[in-house]
Ligand binder design. Structure first.
Ligand code: FBP
Length: 262
């Protein structure tokens, strides 16, 4: 494992990864309510907030927009990703090499692994290659550990999420990004299953402020290390307000209510 706490994508042991790869994963539909966010610069601007430890994007967005933000934003290049147009068993094409990610300024790399998919074996072999290459560049590896596919009936049930975090530890990830398993205790078990590896929660679709921050409070209380979030930040009209609150919950241990000033 890397000394992950010494890397720029971690602040005081925790992390807030702002993800914006939705244009590939879901299509422009995620920007419907906030059409101005179709311009990636607007989300890079949001990522300059102190609460954000890095921004996760695909290669094309990194190439086109990161140069204007490299002094103010840490970059995580997502190495694989697939569009919603793909109708097969869950899979994700490798779109960027570690070498190229390093060349365009990455501070970390990210990789989705769909455990339980009929493509798990090939994806794990691809992960091995990117993991070992990332070690040569001292780049932390964040695994989007998302069990889904024919082998998975319920992708957020507690035992599935614990398996997701354990699988990431065993394959060498430095941080696992997992879905919320529905309760603080279930998240605590997923964190315990991950040993010393860091675990962050995946944001999911947009919720109201208190509901969203309460789930973040629960995962921090469960020993997790923060959040990898997209829609719950940049789909808001004023992302800085929720980032101010997230900063208090993730790094200062405040409750959701206190962070919102309620
Ligand atoms: P959200 O916080 O918006 O859910 O983003 C996190 C993320 O993992 C993105 O990186 C990715 O585009 C998306 O969710 C994938 O979601 P799913 O595979 O569940 O549709």
């Amino acid at each position: 494992m890397l000394p992950i706490d010494d890397t720029p994508i971690v602040r005081d042991g925790n992390a807030l990864i702002l993800a914006m790869d939705h244009g590939l994963e879901h299509g422009p539909v995620d920007f419907k309510a906030v059409p101005e966010k179709l311009d990636p610069s607007t989300v890079f601007e949001t990522a300059t907030h102190d609460a954000v430890t890095c921004m996760a994007v695909q290669k094309g967005i990194a190439e086109g927009y990161y140069p204007s933000y490299e002094d103010d934003v840490n970059l995580l290049v997502k190495l694989n990703g697939t569009s919603n147009l793909w109708m097969g068993e869950p899979d994700s094409s490798v779109n960027c090499s570690v070498e190229y990610a390093a060349e365009i300024g990455a501070d970390a790399v990210g990789f989705t692994l769909y455990g339980g998919s009929n493509n798990e074996v090939e994806m794990a072999e691809e992960f091995r290659e990117i993991h070992e290459a990332a070690r040569e560049y001292d780049l932390p590896v964040v695994m989007w550990s998302y069990p889904r596919g024919q082998g998975v009936k319920n992708d957020t049930k507690p035992s599935t999420i614990s398996y997701a975090s354990r699988l990431a530890l065993e394959l060498g990830a430095d941080i696992a990004k997992v879905k919320y398993p529905g309760s603080r205790d279930a998240m605590a078990h997923a964190v315990k299953s991950a040993g010393d590896m860091k675990v962050v929660m995946s944001g999911g679709s947009k919720k109201d402020d208190l509901q969203f921050l309460s789930s973040v409070e629960a995962v921090i209380d469960a020993g997790a290390n923060g959040l990898a979030v997209g829609r719950n930040v940049w789909q808001r009209q004023d992302p800085s307000r929720i980032l101010d609150a997230l900063e208090k919950v993730i790094y200062e241990g405040e409750t959701a209510d206190a962070a919102l000033g309620e």
